[in-house]
Design a protein around this ligand. Sequence first.
Ligand SMILES: [Fe+2]
Length: 276
Amino acid sequence: MKTEQLNQIQSWVEGYVDGFRQAPADLPPPLALKLDHTRHVAENAREIARELEWAPEDVRMAEALGWLHDVGRFSQFAEFGHLHDASSVNHGLRGFEIVRDSGLLAPLPVVCRTSLLEGIRHHNAKTIPETISPAGLPFLKLIRDADKLDIYRVVAEEIERDGFQELAGLWPHIELRGPVNPRLLREIRTRRDIDIRHVRSLADFLLLQAFWIYDLHYAPTRVRIRRRHVLETIGNHLPDDPAARKILDEIRNYLRDGAERKPGDAASSIRTDPDE
Ligand SMILES: [Fe+2]
């Protein structure tokens, strides 16, 4: 992807979001948060890709995917008044449809277009589908890492700001002061698929966030998680539940041992669009 193509994508996203402003400077708070998140994810994606020594055109693809990944959030909120996928729409699918139908990606080579659309579509999927194209896979892994990394920032800031009250208001099924759900603990301990319906309290939500660490793909992401003391923040806000503490310790050990690079991190072999 060329620099001007990346710039065009960024401008398109900003213009698209402007359509959801109630007054010239005014986005509804959850959408202002999402726009801010989008900027951070684009930055995370660029930085992680650079650190992985990806080719410059692939670094720009990674950043573009950061800009695009949550486009579906805006019409989701406008239509349903909340951001809870299970009771509205899958925002990855929504974003995929919006970008696909917009014509924005038409000037790009097919392989770039496919990779970006797959990345938007599946950035929030529970697991990576086996049908992903080989060229799209590194970008999908990267956006999932960059997205999680910023969600950790948002959660930490929201906890500091108001004890998570405003965000919890957007997920009516979450009880702020509820205990850890033993069924969720069991799923985490055995590293089984998490049933999202078992996340019922802020403590459950924080444990789920800690569990995501097992799902990170790239060493630079894990290093950032350590540097930003994400697990310490989560630990500070968990109830004193010995089973939950034990799980947190296990994840901390995993993170300490797993911060080094893995063979799959190597510079992408995909070279989507060499233009320099
Ligand atoms: Fe998302």
